[in-house]
Design a binder for this molecule. Structure first.
Ligand code: FAQ
Length: 318
């Protein structure tokens, strides 16, 4: 393709973005746009898949049969989200195997939040309320992202995440209105998950590598700081209803801006976790590698079954 032809295609692409048109898999797109989407969508998929581990840890210990089936269904939903997202990324020309290997080898990132342990049952409530809550704030904005398959995947994922958020909040509500020990357990979970939940939105806008270009191409619709503020504004009144205290002495409603001001995030901790030095980074990757290795026979059996079915169809047709 000549330089002029590429320039013309770039112009058409930029116009389509400006007009809020969705970019579809077979459309022409700049290579950088393709790569940025692969990066974000695959990291998002890895987060869903690794995110099954902290909650999966409590399935056998959930306090009742109802809690057990609900948690089981939630964790299965997260697997489904991972699969939609891998499929969306595959439409950009990368294979699922390649993405998965990037995650297993620690080359690809996944959300920092899943490197924190789940120590008590209240942590399952805090994850549903805060982690799914933060995920929804981010993902509702991503339903308007410019890449069609990602945007459509987000619509369905958000519906399921809002159910997850409610089940988490309901766990917190029951605990917060229970015995003294239960209230203390709920408060302790909030204390440990509050700051990591705020870190899910990524570095400050001023320190973010990708935000400017992502916003230009409408891969991201809102910046990290904007989404973080939306989350804080949404969650503070919810904590008040629970009668729990958000562990931030600087948290205060600002009459002038109409938003809650909040304290400084420990960015040193954030980058340590992102770089692989969080409490559970090593365990998470070990668990995923173990599952991958031990599941080899299942994958082989599925491929063999698929081939047999194909042979049967060919025989029928001939
Ligand atoms: N953790 O330039 P930016 C869920 C990395 S929800 C780890 O600002 P960007 C649901 C970033 O990748 C959680 N790494 O990056 C669930 C980049 O590294 P790179 C997943 C982080 O992309 C609930 C570098 O720092 N949601 O799973 C984090 O513009 C319960 C510079 O940062 C999504 O992925 C972090 N927190 O903005 C499942 C949503 N933050 O690639 C189970 C889609 C930043 O240059 C249970 N993603 N980094 O090596 C996004 O919206 C964006 O990618 C952000 C980051 C906002 C996460």
């Amino acid at each position: 393709m000549s330089e002029q032809e590429i320039k013309d295609l770039e112009k058409i692409f930029e116009e389509r973005i400006a007009n809020d048109e969705k970019i579809e898999p077979k459309d022409w797109m700049p290579e950088k746009y393709r790569q940025m989407n692969i990066r974000q969508i695959s990291q998002h998929a890895h987060s869903e898949i690794v995110g099954m581990l902290p909650e999966g840890n409590w399935i056998t210990r959930a306090p009742s049969l109802l809690r057990k089936v609900t948690l089981l269904a939630k964790v299965q939903d997260e697997a489904g989200h991972g699969l939609y997202l891998y499929s969306a990324a595959e439409t950009l020309g990368i294979s699922r195997d390649e993405m998965y290997k990037q995650m297993l080898t620690g080359k690809a990132k996944y959300s920092s939040i899943f490197n924190y342990p789940t120590l008590t049952w209240a942590d399952i409530g805090a994850i549903g309320w805060l982690v799914d809550g933060a995920a929804i704030v981010n993902q509702v904005s991503l339903t308007h992202t410019s890449y069609g398959p990602y945007a459509r995947g987000m619509v369905r994922i958000c519906k399921e995440e809002s159910f997850h958020q409610r089940q988490g909040y309901q766990i917190m509500y029951i605990l917060a209105n229970g015995t003294k020990e239960q209230r203390e357990m709920a408060q302790d979970a909030l204390n440990r998950f509050w700051w990591p939940a705020l870190m899910m939105f990524g570095p400050r806008d001023a320190d973010s590598t990708h935000t400017d270009q992502s916003m230009k191409w409408k891969i991201k619709i809102k910046t990290n700081d904007t989404l973080r503020q939306m989350f804080v504004d949404q969650v503070v009144p919810q904590a008040d209803i629970l009668g729990l205290t958000i562990p931030d002495p600087d948290l205060k409603y600002n009459e002038e801006t109409g938003h809650y001001d909040f304290g400084e995030i420990d960015w040193e901790e954030f980058w340590q976790v992102v770089k692989g030095h969080g409490i559970c980074n090593k365990d998470r990757l070990e668990a995923k590698n173990k599952a991958w290795n031990e599941g080899e026979w299942v994958r082989n059996a599925a491929v063999a079954y698929g081939e047999k079915q194909k042979e049967k169809q060919v025989k029928k047709a001939s």
